[in-house]
Design a protein around this ligand. Structure first.
Ligand SMILES: Nc1ncnc2c1ncn2[C@@H]1O[C@H](COP(=O)(O)OP(=O)(O)OP(=O)(O)O)[C@@H](O)[C@H]1O
Ligand SMILES: [Mg+2]
Length: 332
């Protein structure tokens, strides 16, 4: 969905991505879905982690009766037909494909089919929980979102991987935009390659080269980079020192990749998250007073929930006035 389409439909598509696995994408996707749903929004969460689908567990759905495999196989003709109710009304789920390697890498036509049908879903918010890594399928769903969010933990490998994820996303945008232009493509492709000294080239250098050789392409590049605005959430923060990592990552991304990565905040490491997953009750519901639940609500409020177009301030105040304690859920 383009930004224009989003403006005309008022609908948001969120995609939660990361380079490294296990950094908290699904738990944050679930928390976002639950929060928006509690604000009275029509929300559909989609598990797009092919091969490793588990979003349903984070939403209190034990055995999904239908999955996206039933749609891809043609058993159901559209995505509406495979929507599953969750215990958090009116939040709905499209469950992913677990364990079937044959389907874990949907080919191009299937990907386009899913995207076409996502566009037809009736919802105020669609939340796409992605698998880890930089496969084109994952990146393409990430880029189809109006609100792309990346998650990392403070671990060095996770940070490197989230940087690579963003670099791969930018490369994909540029590859799509300049597919037909051999000369420009060879210049922008440098964003992917390390230089001889092991450093990567800065986007500014690529811009400069394009400016000299092809001003029209330079302008197009600038527009593309300006319109790609992902957000960053840091998860599993353990110390004060680690709270500083987020802004530093945004600085590095801006400096080297030439895009503005907005920092949305951090979520503390909290043992209660782990212990709450097994009973099948969403974390935000089971442990609403935990440090991590409060952090999650803070982060989501700082982000976009506050901009929900329905008397948002009032709703937010009502729903989150006591840091989530007023969430009205069936378990209470
Ligand atoms: N803030 C946190 N504090 C403590 N544990 C956490 C926190 N966030 C997530 N976890 C733990 O990390 C595990 C992985 O989280 P989650 O499944 O959401 O990650 P993911 O990025 O979706 O993983 P995958 O890449 O496999 O899909 C959870 O089962 C939970 O136990
Ligand atoms: Mg996950």
């Amino acid at each position: 969905m383009t930004q224009d389409q989003e403006l005309s439909t008022g609908r948001k598509i969120w995609a939660i991505g990361s380079g490294k696995g296990g950094v908290g994408k699904s738990i944050i996707a679930a928390a976002l879905g639950i929060s928006l749903s509690e604000l009275g929004q029509r929300v559909i969460a989609i598990d797009m982690d092919f091969g490793n689908a588990n979003l349903h567990s984070f939403l209190g759905v034990r055995y999904p009766r239908r999955t996206i495999a039933d749609f891809l196989s043609g058993k159901f003709k559209d995505l509406n037909s495979i929507l599953i109710d969750t215990p958090i009304t009116p939040l709905k789920l499209i469950s992913g494909i677990g364990g079937n390697l044959l389907n874990s890498n949907p080919w191009h036509a299937q990907k386009l089919k899913i995207m076409r049908y996502i566009d037809r879903l009736e919802a105020d918010h669609i939340i796409i929980d992605l698998g880890a890594g930089t496969s084109y399928n994952t990146i393409d769903f990430f880029l189809s979102a109006s609100n792309p969010i990346v998650i990392t933990t403070p671990e060095t490998t996770a940070i490197q991987n989230v940087y690579n994820f963003l670099r791969a996303s930018i490369f994909r945008i540029l590859q799509n935009a300049f597919r037909a232009d051999e000369e420009v493509r060879s210049i922008v492709e440098k964003v992917r390659e390390p230089m001889h000294d092991g450093n990567t080239i800065k986007m500014e250098d690529i811009r400069q080269e394009l400016f000299n050789k092809n001003p029209e392409a330079h302008e197009k590049l600038s527009k593309l980079l300006d319109s790609f605005h992902p957000n960053l959430i840091m998860n599993m923060i353990l110390s004060n020192e680690e709270t500083k990592f987020g802004p530093s990552i945004c600085d590095v991304v801006e400096k080297y990749l030439g895009i503005k990565l907005d920092y949305s905040g951090f979520i503390s490491f909290d043992k209660s998250i782990r212990s709450s997953i097994s009973p099948g009750i969403p974390f935000l519901v089971e442990e609403p007073n935990s440090k991590a639940a409060m952090d999650i609500l803070d982060v989501l409020l700082n982000r976009d929930i506050g901009q929900v177009q329905t008397g948002a301030d009032l709703l937010v105040a009502v729903a989150f006035g006591q840091q989530g304690q007023n969430l009205k859920l069936p378990w209470r």
